[in-house]
Design a protein around this ligand. Structure first.
Ligand SMILES: Nc1ncnc2c1ncn2[C@@H]1O[C@H](COP(=O)(O)OP(=O)(O)OP(=O)(O)O)[C@@H](O)[C@H]1O
Length: 257
């Protein structure tokens, strides 16, 4: 087991926990999707797992170590929600910051670091933009650059906060395909926050859906049901099976509230 959470709590304000009694685990190469309404605590959960926020209590075992009080967790790559950069960096210079797993802009990278960056950019199919300025990229390209930066420290666990938001359908597929490929071919486990059930059903093995007072967690097919959509999102839906290229593609049609 790569990550195991037991009875974890987190609150921004005393005695008002946002995350209550959270328990789940993730194996090597598994993809876990986190879902839930706006403001329910998904980003908070990702930040606690990544060590950006400190759990109030519970046990969080990552790679055999209890990380409940860790300041910086090695081997976790974190990709925050899409954002514009305050400064303009070349793609290769931004991605190389990921080499030491921090945003330490003052440590000079070496040639070996740039070689590793080049191979990652190549693997993600964005080598051709290595000398482009990040603030001149499209949203889809920028998202791939942030994923490259997170991969630059060779993480065992990749954490992505709504990676497909703001992207067109083609780029959503591209990002999802990349996440799935990294899990299958490199065994990189992934936790992904998403607002798109049809997307996560394409790539996730497990799913955790949060609400204010409870959550549900399990295999994706047992969790992503019409009942869960009604109970956690207050929306009526119909889950249909479509056939595409000889594969079954389960998809929700959202009918109304
Ligand atoms: N730094 C903070 N201090 C106090 N409260 C916060 C802080 N950050 C977030 N919150 C609150 O915690 C709750 C959960 O926020 P969070 O960003 O984790 O939700 P989310 O499920 O990721 O939302 P969304 O789907 O809209 O991105 C919200 O009510 C938010 O206002």
């Amino acid at each position: 087991m790569l990550l195991k959470l037991r009875n974890c709590y987190y609150s921004y304000k005393p005695n008002e926990p946002i995350l209550k009694n959270i328990s789940f685990s993730i194996k090597e190469g598994e993809i876990l999707a986190i879902m839930g309404c706006n403001g329910i605590g998904k980003t908070t959960l990702l930040k606690c797992i990544a060590g950006i926020l400190k759990w109030d209590s519970g046990t969080c075992i990552f790679n055999g170590q209890n990380t409940i009080n860790a300041n910086r967790i090695k081997d976790i790559g974190y990709v925050p929600q899409a954002r514009k950069l305050p400064f303009s960096y070349l793609v290769k210079d931004l991605v190389v910051f990921g080499r030491n797993g921090t945003n330490n802009y003052f440590q000079s990278p070496k040639k070996e670091d740039y070689d590793i960056v080049d191979s990652i950019l190549n693997e993600l199919g964005i080598y051709h933009i290595r000398n482009s300025y990040c603030n001149e990229l499209s949203g889809g390209q920028l998202q791939m650059v942030f994923i490259a930066k997170a991969l630059a420290s060779f993480p065992k666990l990749l954490i992505l906060d709504e990676p497909e938001s703001h992207l067109d359908f083609y780029n959503q597929f591209k990002v999802l395909h990349t996440i799935s490929k990294l899990a299958k071919e490199k065994g990189i486990s992934t936790i992904i926050n998403s607002h798109y059930p049809n997307n996560i059903m394409k790539i996730a093995n497990k799913c955790l859906v949060l609400s204010k007072d409870k959550y549900t967690y399990g295999d994706i097919s047992s969790i992503m049901t019409e009942k869960t959509i009604k109970e956690y999102f207050y929306v009526n839906s119909k889950l249909i099976d479509l056939n595409y290229k000889d594969k079954n593609v389960p998809s929700f049609v959202f009918l109304g509230t």
